[in-house]
Every structure is written in structure tokens, then in C-alpha cells.
Design a protein around this ligand. Sequence first.
Ligand code: HDE
Length: 704
Amino acid sequence: MPKTSKSSRSNTATVHDQSLQRGAGGELHQIAEYGTPVLTTAQGSPVTDDHNTLKIGPRGPALLEDFHFREKIFHFDHERIPERVVHARGYGAHGFFETYESLAEYTRADLFQRAGEKTPAFVRFSTVAGNKGSFDLARDVRGFAVKLYTQEGNWDLVGNNIPVFFIQDAIKFPDIIHAVKQEPDRAFPQAQSAHDNFWDFISLTPESMHMIMWIMSDRAIPRSFRFMEGFGVHTFRFVNAKNESTFVKFHWKPKLGLQSVAWNEAVKINGSDPDFHRRDLWESIKSGAFPEWELQIQLFDQNFADNFDFDILDATKLIPEEILPPIPVGRLVLDRMPDNFFAETEQVAFMTQNVPPGIDFSNDPLLQGRNFSYLDTQLKRLGGPNFTHIPINAPKCPFNHFQQDGHMAMRNPVGRVNYQPNSWGEGPRASTERGFRSFADAESGQKVRLRAESFADHYSQARQFYISQTLPEQKHIAAALTFELSKVKTPVIRERLVSHLLNIDETLAAKVARGLGLKFMPIAAEAAVPTRQDLEPSPALSIAKNGPERFEGRKLGILLTDGFDGTLLKALQKGLLAEKAAFEIISPVVGGAEAADGTMVEGDQMIDGGPSVLYDAVVLLTSDSGMLDLLKESTARDFVADAFAHCKFIGYSASALPLLEKAGIADSIDNGVILLTEAKDVAPFIAELGRLRVWAREANVKMK
Ligand code: HDE
């Protein structure tokens, strides 16, 4: 947030700092003063000079005995650990989960027993395909992994922001991931699914079609982590104290509603702020605007499962919320950033098999495979079996076991006893009463490598998703498919994909075929289940139908020039504060702009560094004289043209009209481009911002 006076710089070290001394070669040493901590080696030995290696004479050879240098460099050389094979780029935060009411009827999970119980939580959001250093606005699934430190052990709900998945059996996971990541010979494209290998695999994998509808929708380019849903995806089980089981699906619903960006916007955000999502989470938590989600659950019994149209073990299917309304059971609040990114966000080890008593697995073959993979991957990534000793991974409840030794062991069992049974009467013992007990489902059958026939309908829910979208959302899906396939060089892959689309929606298939310039329409792909079910639309699947209708939590970009109307700015600031929305000042120079009454307002961004794609809506507060300079600046034109093209609300003072002209929109002013003349215009303007986008404009700024 900008300040209206100059900020103090007292915390910033300058070359006038008294603690700075010059060494013989002119280098600056910062030396310890009374009360400041003394630099030491990792062994605790105080250091005299951290700028020069130990040498024979100032220009002589370096000495091997320089233990400080050796320790410093060797540690640096070992700083990297393998990045996650998927979900490498992520960002996390601490918080808590609060239970609304006891769920003892359904589960004995300790965290769900008492109303008002608060359970510490750590959440890591991520993209899937890109490397650790890739950009945030990739078109991709987002990971939504939640670690809940319950009083009966850690529960990891390792979910995504999309409730279904590409594949039905874990054995296909390496294939889909190989296909989506950079192609192995050329090592590109980075963090993009728009390439031959991905679409080749997809077009040969009909079970992925439902997920493809989601991943080509706006869900794959969320505005920020704060505005997306999370899903446990699989069917799990609740098990109560009487060992009765109820099936359960988990959903996280963001308090601020759902929101995504436009594709063209995503591409530009990646250029101007590749850390857009990280920064958003950091800024909102640091400013005290703590993101919040409600945990809602879909509960159902075997009878429901037997009568539902699809197999509840199939992770490419969901249960529409209209058929089985989710029940709110608690809330998740993120209120603290990690002290250190590596120690916490990078080293956090999520594992689907981390479940406390009262939560159990279903036979979903994807979940069963995951239960193997996550432990294995942590052993590799974190270097050994003692990753549970790392504070972010250690339970916060008492724990006792006989596991010992190994690399970096930090909590070996104390005393003589490290086995059971023993004659010493010491050490922990298993408890039939408190311990985890798997639900005793009766299983029998032949050993087979077979996919269940009940998994075979790949198109009905894909169509249901598509027809549940608003018109603009449907257009975005068609545009995304066309864009992605336009990057595919092999025509047969494009055609094969269109042949699947024909089984989902003929108009969609026709649009994509037209967009790609296909000479003829391929025949529809042969479906394993010939008759597609015509399912009712499910409004819960659309982002637009579940909008926030408030500007709370969003950010307004205010472009100022010298001579702007200070009363309008003050009214905007006040209105946004009341709305719990943020704003940034963008000015031709970062030093800021001077209002007509002589007040100086500091800028947060120079016009070059603050393109309109970084904001949910923009305002142009200018003056006639200020406009003369701004008109020479092409980024100012782009600022306005992009905001308009991305269907954003634009507020402007009358003097900004020439800039609207320069941006080519003066003749297309619609009800989303709003003149702000005096302070009383501001409240209705802010109320309008709650609509977030003027989707009706899209027809005028995009080809059909
Ligand atoms: Fe994962 N997944 N996954 N996944 N996954 C990993 O574990 C895996 C799947 C998800 O922020 C890995 O620690 C298999 C579905 C998230 O640290 C690895 C299969 C869903 C994260 C792994 C799946 C997810 C991971 C890589 C197919 C949504 C990031 C690094 C059966 C419900 C967690 C790691 C974090 C990470 C395996 C499919 C979500 C290799 C074998 C479905 C959010 O273990």
C-alpha cells in the first residue's frame, strides 16, 4: 500500500553505515558492533574475516587449512536437493483448521470430535508440470496439499484445484507426466502442455477427456491461490468408533469466491511478474487479509455408491454437488508465512498415506498407487528415512516408536529399549483401543490386470462439465483447445483430439476444427461405452456462476499523473479500505505523482513495472498536462488497451480521454468504462467492480 508521505529509510544499510570498514583491497567489511550477533562457522567458531580466503601473502596461493572457507563453499555446493518430480514449483503457508461441529457419528478422527477445535495446518500450493523456477500462470492443474497436525497424527489431504484426474490407474502416472513435461530430446517447452507429446498421449487416452475439459477451462489459470477451490479428488472413508464406514469426498471452498484470469492476461503476467501467485499469497497474509476456505464434504453410503451413474472409485468422475450437496464442516485459515522457504515449503513432505484413525482409503486404483509413491519420493528427495524429523514434517502430538539411526537422526529413542516385546517393561506399545484400524472391508477375487468396466464411460461427465459453463466460459475452452493444438505440429494428433471432442459436444468440436483450419471433420472416436448419458448441467462446475460479487481481496491499479484530483484518490482509498480491497499506485516515475493540491503520493510501480494485467481493475487519474507526457508512453497505451481487452472495469477522469483514444477504445466505451468526476462517483464504481469482468465486451474484442 502506498503512503502519502515519504517513507523512512532508517532500516536500510547505506555506505555511511558506521559498522562498515574498508579492507586493504577496498572491499567493505561489515563488522560486529556491541549487541549484534557474531558470525560463526557451522561449528560455532567465531569468524574474523568473511571476505578473504586464507593465503600465503595477499597475492599468494590459498591454504587448504582454511576451514571457514571450505565449510562455507562445501555447504553452498550442497544447497540443492532434487526438486519434486511433479509439483516442483510451489508456495506454502501456515494456518489452522477449525471444526464447526462434532462429526463423531461418522468418524473417530480426533480433529472432528469437538466443535471449535483448532488444528495447526500447513498448505502448499503448486503447479504440476513446470520446474521449480517456472512461472506461476502456466495453464496447469494447481496442487492444493494440506497437512493437518492432528492430536492423533498428521493427516495429509494432498489434493488439486480440479476434482478429477487425467488417468484412472496409477501405473499410467509416469506416462502422463513424461508426456506433459519438456520433451526429453529438446528440453522444452517449459511448464506448458501445448506440445505434441502431451496431446499425443491425451488423444490416445480417452479416459482423460473429462479432465481435459477442466484443464482447458479457466480453472487452469486461477487469479490466485486465494480464489480457487481444492479437492481431495478420490473417494475416502470415514470410520467411526463403532467401525462403521461412510464414503467421503473433500472439497475446499474459497471464502472470496472463484476467479480466474484471461489466457492473454496469463501470458503477460508470466512476463511481468512470474511470481504473481506467490506474491499475492505473501502480500495478503503479511497485510493481515488471511485467506480462508471452508471444508465441505460429500458423505454417502454403499447404497448411494451402488446406484450412482458412475463408479465412485474412478478418479476421472465426480459426484455433482446438486445430486449430493456438500456439507460445511470447518474452515481453514492461512495466517502465517514460513520463516524460511526452503526449511518449510521445500522440505515439507506430503504423503497420501498419512491418515489418522477415523480416515481410511477406498480402493480407487489411483489412490492406492499414490499411497506407495509419496513415501518413496520423499526418501529420494529429502535424502533418507529421517525426513519426519524435520520440524515441518514432525507430528505436533506425542509420538513414540522404535525407528532409529540413519542419516541425520535427531530423535532416537531414549534408553535401553528399542524393540518389542521386551522384559524391561519399557517402551511404547500398540493399542487396540486407540490405534489406527483399517476398515475391515471384505475383499476377494482373482489376481488380474484389468480395468473395471464401470470405468468405461469417458464422455458423459466431460459433456456435463462443458454444458454447465456460461457462454464466455465455453468460448474460453474452445479457444484454449485451439491454441494448444495450434502448437502441435503433427496434424493427425490434432484430428484425433477433435474426434474425441465430437463425443463431447459437436459445436465445440466444430469450433476447434474451424480454429485449426481442418479441411474436413474427422469421424467421432470410437467410444468404449457407445451411448453417452445426457446428464443435467451442474451450475457448481462454472466459475462465473459462482462469482464473488464483491471486490474484497482484489487489487485496483491506479495510474496517476502529476496534477491528478487528490479528492478522487482519497475517496477511492477509503472505499477500497471499506471493501477490504487493495490498490497500488502506478506513476510515470516511481517517486510518485503530485496532486493538484500539491500533495505528493508515492508510487508502488513505474508504468513499465505495473502493467494492467497485475490488477483486477484499473483507474486513470490524470490531468491535462500530465496526459501530454503519458500519451508519448506506449506502455500507458498498453495499460489501457489490455485492461479493456481483458474485459476489466476501467475508471477514468475526463482528462484521460485522449489515452482511451490512443488505446483505440474511445469509440467502444461500454458500461465497464466509467467516468469518475467527483468523489460521489466512487461508491457506485466500487460496487460495480464486484462483477470483476465485463464479459459482454468479449464479443467485441475477440474473434468469434
Ligand atoms: Fe501426486 N505426486 N501423484 N497427485 N501430488 C506428488 O510427491 C503421484 C495425483 C499432488 O506440495 C509427488 O512429494 C502419483 C493426484 C500434489 O509437496 C509424487 C499419482 C493428485 C502434490 C506424486 C499422483 C495429486 C503431488 C511428487 C497417480 C490430486 C504436491 C513430489 C496415481 C488428488 C505436494 C511429492 C506438495 C506430488 C505421485 C496423482 C496431488 C511423485 C503416483 C490425483 C498436490 O509422489
